[in-house]
Design a protein around this ligand. Structure first.
Ligand SMILES: [Zn+2]
Length: 137
């Protein structure tokens, strides 16, 4: 079944359930599709696609679908666009979130517990598979 967004000649918008696009076309040709508001059978589909397709498009992409090179590029972009705050990550993330310091993108190290707390406070934390750089003092 698909849900189509329909509109009648008087611009009433409504939804219709059909087995398929062809099913709608057949019923519409015979004047079997009518507007629930005014009863008009001059009905057309709105340009937007069936809802089932949109719902599928909204779903999260499968992890690692793009493979390692894409991940590597993402990591590089992150490294180039973020400030390394190291161990102060959780502290800095909170300051930025609560607007105590100018907003900027940061990276650093934090414990799983800290990351969880940040997420619970509504602060976006993205774990990255980067090795800690603590050996580079
Ligand atoms: Zn109507």
């Amino acid at each position: 079944m698909i849900v189509l967004n329909l509109v009648c000649e008087q611009q009433h918008k409504f939804e219709g359930w059909f087995h398929s696009n062809e099913d709608f076309a057949r019923q519409n040709e015979r004047g079997l599709v009518s507007c629930p508001a005014c009863g008009s059978t001059a009905v057309a589909r709105l340009p937007s696609g069936p809802r089932v397709v949109r719902a599928r498009a909204k779903a999260e992409p499968a992890p690692n679908k793009q493979g390692v090179p894409a991940l590597f590029k993402l990591l590089q972009a992150v490294l180039e666009s973020t400030e390394d705050v190291g161990e102060r990550f959780a502290e800095e993330a909170r300051k930025i979130h609560y607007e105590e310091v100018p907003a900027r993108n940061i990276r650093g190290v934090t414990s799983v517990q800290d990351a969880k707390e940040l997420l619970e406070e509504g602060i976006a934390v993205l774990p990255l598979p980067l090795p800690p750089r603590s050996g580079m003092h």
